[in-house]
Design a protein around this ligand. Structure first.
Ligand code: ZN
Length: 225
């Protein structure tokens, strides 16, 4: 997968933005809502930390051949967020889980990266896909943390890859048909009705397509992930 070297950089960039945002928040701020409707910042951070642990399980699976899924069940995934959100060492957990994931990645053999694993969404992917999965988590949730980071702060290559990802995801689900154009990208999203032409700057397009930007005149989209 040609994305891997870039995705590795985006994991680092997104992690830096997330942890950089976290140090600007005091403990009271962490109890406040984040930009993700219905979520507090503590819940968001617990989700990011438990995602690192879940992706590590996929790397273990790829390395050993012993099936270790990201989460035993959706209920367990949610329980990990709820209990993790109350942890006294939440800040530390977010940072150390990211380091441990990076350490596990560094210890992978070349062959293990192409071993197949199954994501929480049920997709069969080579282990190297975890780079993109993690990049998406840390970059988008760095914005969701709502401490000043915006999509315009994310790498342009990441934003274009995010549009590819979400456009494909939306094309296989109910929603409006859209022709989405930015100065750098063009996506045809299949869906209901005559395609609506949407022309936006790259960062705004990524924010809109991921359900994080609303603007009069833009079609309403079903929520993404
Ligand atoms: Zn997430």
């Amino acid at each position: 997968m040609t994305l891997v070297p870039d995705a590795r950089d985006w994991v680092r960039a997104g992690t830096d933005l997330l942890l950089g945002g976290l140090v600007r928040l005091n403990d009271a701020d962490l109890h406040q809502p984040c930009a993700l409707p219905g979520w507090t910042r503590r819940q968001l951070l617990a989700h990011v930390a438990s995602n690192a642990e879940a992706l590590r399980r996929l790397l273990t699976w790829a390395s050993t051949g012993v099936e270790t899924p990201m989460y035993a069940s959706p209920a367990e995934r949610n329980a990990a967020i709820q209990s993790g959100a109350t942890r006294a060492d939440l800040r530390h957990w977010v940072a150390t889980s990211a380091v441990e994931l990076a350490d596990s990645a560094a210890a992978m053999s070349v062959e293990a990266w192409s071993a197949e694993v199954v994501t929480a969404q049920g997709r069969v992917v080579p282990a190297e896909e975890t780079w993109w999965m993690r990049a998406r988590e840390v970059c988008v949730h760095a914005v969701d943390l709502d401490v000043g980071t915006t999509f315009a702060d994310l790498p342009g290559g990441f934003l274009a890859a995010l549009l590819d990802d979400i456009a494909a995801w939306r094309s296989s689900r109910p929603g409006p048909a859209v022709l989405l154009t930015t100065p750098d990208t063009h996506h045809e999203i299949t869906g209901d009705g005559t395609p609506v032409k949407v022309d936006l700057p790259l960062a705004t397009a990524a924010a809109w397509l991921s359900g994080r930007h609303r603007e009069v005149g833009l079609p309403t989209l079903p929520s993404w992930l």
